[in-house]
Design a protein around this ligand. Structure first.
Ligand SMILES: *Cc1c(COP(=O)(O)O)cnc(C)c1O
Length: 407
């Protein structure tokens, strides 16, 4: 297990690490979120290899699941990723700045009167209903825009997408040629459960309609679907979560590398007498003379309140001085308390960093304590952290441009 670095060792080693927050900002930061861009690239390569000969896209919606859309997109581009998915037009605008030549799909589809934005950004809506398609077609006719669009077909999720019958209705248009449809896609509802019967059912519905859309590339699988086997790969796969280290196969070991490290500052170490309580609600009682480290992260930073502990229940762990220590009492808005009594004296010190994610504490483990999934852990990561991007790439052109500063 790695020793938790002292504040000083967080300063960048410029020969091998690219940093977006300046050293001074890091020294003053109460929390530091480190994103390992090389691990994201390694994960993308692994997914690409698993899905070959299908193309492997990159899903960077929700600011690349909290990891930073710009830096992540630049790293993936340099690795050879050509196609990206975002959720909204605002996200498309941010991505376009980082990836001028990439193919960009917008999953939320075509909103009324937003055609000009699609043309200006040269990105493609993922059209999810016949109404959207009609509006898109009329925009394209009026503006002579030929940027193309994807068609989303619902095969059992009942979220977005044309019904199968509706999709069959536009097959004549496909056969007639010059149809402006660059991709046909559907989305699996239960891909993380290997033997869920809906997987095969959705794949079979999709296979039927995709073959009717002859000549149009087809895409069914996100992260987990890639691990359901080749019959789920079609022409293009769309991983998001797995890129960021979340386990796409929750029933088995995680094939992905961890990406995110989250550290926060120890503000104070205090002695608590036996019988005294810690935190709001006095839910946690010291059963022995206890040493408590107070760490500067709380639910406003995306460290969910559900991870707290009480006399009856254990909460999450935090790593201090290289050892796992249990959270003591409730998580506050900006603070949490950790029982460090079992550490050697003086091992937990004011100003040192505690590791909340990393060094063996995975996003998925924390999600378990939060009562949620890794996706929600990452997309909830707070805005108060200083961000640090790690990559061994030497070419300064590959380094991420300005990212949010420490606050
Ligand atoms: C979010 C999303 C993805 C990526 O899913 P992951 O499970 O994160 O890999 C792919 N396709 C669609 C339609 C999505 O909404």
């Amino acid at each position: 297990m790695n020793v938790v670095p002292s504040p000083k060792s967080i300063a960048p080693e410029s020969s091998r690490a690219a940093e977006s927050a300046r050293p001074a900002a890091l020294a003053a930061a109460t929390g530091v979120l480190s994103i390992d861009l090389d691990a994201i690239v390694a994960n993308w390569r692994k997914l690409e290899k698993t899905a070959v000969p299908s193309e492997c896209a990159g899903v960077v919606k929700a600011d690349a699941y909290g990891c930073g859309a710009g830096p992540v997109a630049r790293a993936l581009l340099a690795a050879g990723c050509k196609t990206f998915f975002v959720a909204t037009l605002d996200e498309a605008r941010e991505l376009r700045a980082a990836a001028p030549a990439a193919v960009v799909y917008v999953l939320d589809g075509f909103l009324p009167n937003c055609g000009d934005a699609y043309a200006e950004l040269d990105c493609q809506p993922v059209i999810g209903s016949l109404d959207e398609l009609a509006e898109w077609d009329s925009f394209c006719r009026r503006s002579f825009w030929k940027g193309g669009a994807a068609i989303h077909i619902d095969t059992g999720m009942n979220r977005l997408g044309l019904g199968i019958a509706e999709a069959e209705g536009i097959v004549p248009r496909i056969t007639a040629g010059d149809h402006g449809i660059t991709l046909v896609l559907s989305h699996l509802a239960c891909a993380e459960t290997l033997n869920h019967p809906l997987n095969a059912k959705q794949a079979s519905h999709f296979r039927g309609i995709a073959s009717a859309f002859s000549g149009v590339p087809a895409s069914l699988s996100a992260s987990s679907g890639i691990y359901l086997g080749q019959q789920f790969h079609f022409d293009l796969v769309r991983p998001g979560a797995a890129l960021y280290g979340i386990n796409p196969t929750p029933e088995a070991d995680n094939p992905m590398q961890p990406v995110v490290t989250l550290q926060s500052r120890i503000l104070q170490v205090r002695e608590v007498a036996r019988g005294d309580t810690v935190g709001y609600g006095a839910t946690w009682t010291a059963r022995r003379p206890t040493r408590i480290a107070v760490v500067a992260a709380g639910y406003a930073d995306g460290y969910f309140r559900a991870a707290g502990s009480s006399d009856g229940t254990r909460g999450a762990d935090v790593i201090i001085a290289g050892q796992r220590c249990p959270v003591a009492g409730r998580i506050s808005m900006d603070l949490l308390a950790v029982d460090v009594t079992d550490l050697p004296p003086n091992a937990a010190r004011r100003g040192h960093m505690a590791t909340l994610i990393g060094d063996g504490i995975t996003v998925d483990e924390l999600a378990h304590h939060f009562g949620t999934i890794g996706y929600e852990v990452l997309t909830s990561l707070g805005k108060r952290y200083a961000r640090q991007y790690k990559t061994a790439r030497a070419d300064p052109a590959d380094l991420p441009a300005a990212a949010p500063e420490a606050k």
